[in-house]
Each structure stands twice: as structure tokens, then as C-alpha cells.
Design a protein around this ligand. Sequence first.
Ligand SMILES: Nc1ncnc2c1ncn2[C@@H]1O[C@H](COP(=O)(O)OP(=O)(O)O)[C@@H](O)[C@H]1O
Ligand SMILES: [Mg+2]
Length: 258
Amino acid sequence: MSPLLACSGLTMRFGGLTALDSLDIAVGTGETVGLVGPNGSGKTTFFNVLTGLYRPSEGAVRFEASDLFGRSPQEISRAGVARTFQRSRLMLDQTVFDNIALGALGRVDLGLLPALVFRSRFRRDLSALVEKATALTRRFNPHIAASLFKPAGSFTMIDRRRIEICRALIGGPRLLLLDEPSAGMTHEETRHLMDDLLAFREEMPDLAIVLVEHEMDVIRRISDRCVVLNFGRKIFEGAFDALLADPDVQTAYLGGSQ
Ligand SMILES: Nc1ncnc2c1ncn2[C@@H]1O[C@H](COP(=O)(O)OP(=O)(O)O)[C@@H](O)[C@H]1O
Ligand SMILES: [Mg+2]
């Protein structure tokens, strides 16, 4: 069976710097891949290239039957790829609902003209979106669902992360890219967020996830398979237990000291 996502020879150069060096990465339907590597190894760049923020220098990106190489972020989102960002991208003074609804743009037509011309359809679309946002946030924390029209900035760090994940999920993606979701959270909060993700994954067994994470505990708990990057190159692919024992991975993490 062909994978959901298949990147081959994926290369991204910034001037003289090769941030992604001929990467071959495949992700199957429903699979959770842990993507790790030292700082600057290309993890975020991989997401930026996959989601169309950067046009790759070379390579191929296939997603289901589509060729996503060099496509726009909107096209890629419509194809079913969604992400969260390493640094929070929430509009803190806007409501939770407004933040989450942004994730549906391009999928639901909320443009002004259609809204004026097709008022009843617009109202229907909007209330369907509210229902969906309520159901999604409730899965993570009923308190968020009950406060959908409060500013995102009034929530705790972990709830803000949950809101960001809901924004990524509202369009019904097939592939979810999570860039260091536990960054800035306490150990306890990280554990809760991972519990959420595990529960969520059970409800959506077809959703594929690529998770960038520094906390090895998190990677161990939720990855089916791991990929390690170093200087934009894939230096390891396999099970978590084998990762820890791999000499190349150990050297990458110890830097020049070996
Ligand atoms: N827009 C950019 N312009 C120039 N260099 C970049 C850009 N984005 C990332 N890089 C470089 O690419 C390399 C990989 O960065 P990044 O993907 O952010 O690493 P990671 O997420 O693994 O910490 C780094 O050397 C970084 O400085
Ligand atoms: Mg990064």
C-alpha cells in the first residue's frame, strides 16, 4: 500500500546553507512519526516546506494522489495537511472561536460577498462551524468549549496549545504536523497534553501525525516510529528503543565531543 505522505530527495537550501538534504520520509495513514534532532537540524524547515511556506529547492512531495511540490499553503491545507507552530500563533485578543475558525478558511466560505448574497447559507455554515468547534474543544477540555467566545489570551498555556491544535484539526486534515507542542509547558502539563493526543488518536485512527518534540518521554509514549535529523539529513529511522542505542544519534546529540 502506498503511504499517505511520501517525500523523496526533499532539499531546501537557504543561500549556501542546506537546511534539508535530500530527505526521504514517508508517513502512513494513521501513523504517528516522532521527528527529533538537535536544534537547527531542519525539523521546522521540514514542516515549512511541507506546508508550502517555503518552496523546496528539489525533490518530490506526494500526498495521497496529489503532487504537493511547490504548491501554495492554501492548496496544501485543502489537500488535508494541517500544522501547529513552534511559537504560538494565536491572536490572544480574539475569541477562541475566531482563532479556531481561521483553520477552516479555504474550506468553509466565509467571504463577505457570499455572506451577503447567501445569508441563510452563511448562517448555516457559521452555526455548523460553532458546533464543530464546540465538539472539538470539548474533547480536549470542556471549559474551553463552554468559553468559546472568550479571548484566547484568557486561557492557560496548555489550553492555548489545545486551541491551536483544534484550529489545525477543524478542517478535518489527514496529516497533522505538531511542532514542539510541549514547548514552554511544565512536565505535568506536557503529560496532560500527551494524554489528550493519545485519546484523540484513538478516536481518529486514520489521522497521521508527525510530532517534533525534544522530550524523549513524549516521543517514546506516542510515536509508532522515529526519524532523526542532523544537519538536514536523516541519520536514523526506526523504533524508539533502537534510536537511543544508535551510535550516529548519540554522536549527533553529543555534538563534537565524540
Ligand atoms: N528562512 C530561513 N532563512 C535562512 N535560514 C533558515 C531559515 N529557516 C531556517 N533556516 C536555517 O535552517 C536550519 C534548520 O532550522 P530549523 O528547521 O528551524 O531547525 P529545527 O527546527 O530543527 O531546530 C538552521 O540552520 C536555520 O538557521
Ligand atoms: Mg524548530
